[in-house]
Design a protein around this ligand. Structure first.
Ligand code: AMP
Length: 421
């Protein structure tokens, strides 16, 4: 009996991993430009951490978590709660008044798998803890936009403000009154949400609910003075940095902890899974989780969706592993020499490969091609006797001789490192 991977859990195969690394490397580079430091966190946490931060009545906590019920532990469905737990546990607020942290890794949610939605997926999450300055909000959105644009993706930014504990209750009351009049027309989920989490009705995907909420009161018109000026300052910051965005009064995001700015990076190229990333401000959360009164904001970008978009754009052909050199040794003696030569080259930083199984020249050239070799060094009986191999540049087909000794290897390794740097 063949054992297969679990539904919604995917292998990321060689070739694909190159693209994953490309995305990760660029993200790390951009996060460094914005002065973020990496934090690595455990995958398992106490269940109560997520229940308390994400919220008992959210979809994630109600039905999507992978929980070991007897042990009261859960595989993290997102990273913010864990980042804050670590921030409090290690007193990171003492070390720096404003912490800019990022983490990259797998998350787990028991959702129905479909294109762009898996049960294990990967997020790049960034959090800024310790500042409620609206410029931080603008800067974070600018960083997300920079990442997407440097990946060559054309993605829109949508933004909203959810207000704060001062102004949200007033909005909630008005929204509830509005929903009360239309309760019979709502979908079953929203009938339930009306009492548990009425704001979520605003972003229900059901077409009839979408229609109903078109006339719903707008949170943006209920913001208190402070939230209004914060929202205005965020928009000014975005304008100053030249970041385009649109306002979306229906965007409430799934989690309880958000306040003020919320935002999403969206695309129409992924079917129903339109969000590539999203986040927002969570000023009360650190305190809620037992830490000091410290404001925070963050976002998470979903790597699977970025990869899907890049594959749509670039196609699979570009996913070609590349090596510097393939050494084609013909016959036992040449093969023996090649075996030690590639080891010497690898010590000098060259990506090198050879055929270890003594196949013929044609087959070896095919392997070199598959490996994406920039050069092939051919060593037959004649070359071995002369002490010079034939070095072929695979792009130009130019050939030259290379001494089959340490000096030859050193010269080749140096020429490769100058090309690469
Ligand atoms: P969220 O934490 O729900 O705001 O999600 C942030 C981002 O993570 C989304 O925009 C997606 O790109 C990604 N994401 C969330 N859930 C999934 C999933 N089940 N499968 C793949 N990507 C996901």
């Amino acid at each position: 009996m063949k054992v297969k991977a679990l539904n919604g859990f995917k292998d990321i195969l060689p070739g694909e991993t190159d693209l994953w690394r490309k995305v990760e490397d660029l993200a790390r580079d951009i996060f460094a430009r914005f002065n973020f430091s990496e934090i690595r966190l455990p995958i398992l946490e106490k269940t109560e951490l997520f229940a308390r931060s994400i919220g008992e009545t959210t979809d994630i906590v109600e039905k999507e978590m992978y929980t070991f019920v007897d042990k009261k532990i859960t595989m993290r469905p997102e990273a913010t709660a864990s980042v804050i737990r670590a921030y409090i546990e290690h007193g990171l607020y003492v070390k720096k008044p404003v912490q800019r942290l990022f983490t990259i890794g797998p998350m787990f949610r028991h959702e129905r798998p479909q294109q762009g939605r898996t049960r294990q997926f990967h997020q790049m999450s960034v959090e800024v803890l310790g500042s409620d300055n609206a410029r931080v909000d603008a800067e974070l959105m600018a960083m997300g936009s920079m990442l997407l644009s440097e990946l060559g993706l054309d993605i829109s930014l949508e933004m909203n403000s959810l207000g704060c504990p001062e102004c949200r209750p007033g909005f909630r009351t008005n929204l509830l009154a509005f929903l009360e009049e239309r309760k019979e027309e709502l979908c079953d989920d929203c009938k339930r949400r009306r009492s548990t989490n009425p704001l979520r009705v605003l972003d229900c995907k059901n077409p009839s609910c979408r229609q109903i909420v078109q006339d719903a009161p707008s949170i943006q018109e209920h913001l208190c003075q402070e939230c209004t000026s914060h929202f205005k300052a965020v928009r000014e910051g975005l304008d100053q940095l030249g970041i385009g965005y649109s306002l979306n009064k229906f965007m409430v995001r799934g989690l309880d902890y958000y306040c003020r700015t919320t935002f999403e990076f969206v695309t129409t190229d992924l079917g129903s899974q339109s969000a590539v990333g999203g986040g927002g401000r969570y000023d009360g959360l650190v305190e809620e989780l037992g830490g000091p009164k410290v404001p925070g904001i963050g976002f998470a970008m979903g790597m699977e969706r970025l990869i899907l978009l890049m594959l749509q754009k670039e196609g699979k052909e570009d996913l070609h592993a590349e090596i510097d050199l393939f050494v084609a040794g013909l016959g036992d003696d040449a093969s023996r020499l090649a075996f030690s030569m590639i080891h010497t080259l690898r010590k000098q930083g060259v990506d090198a490969a050879m055929d270890l199984d003594g196949r013929g020249l044609k087959s070896q050239m095919k392997q070199a091609d598959k490996a994406g070799a920039r050069y092939v060094l051919i060593i037959g009986g004649d070359e071995l006797a002369k002490g010079f191999g034939v070095l072929r540049n695979m792009a130009t087909q130019e050939q030259r001789e290379l001494p089959l000794n340490d000096e030859g290897m050193r010269v080749f390794a140096e020429s490769i490192s100058t090309v690469v740097s």
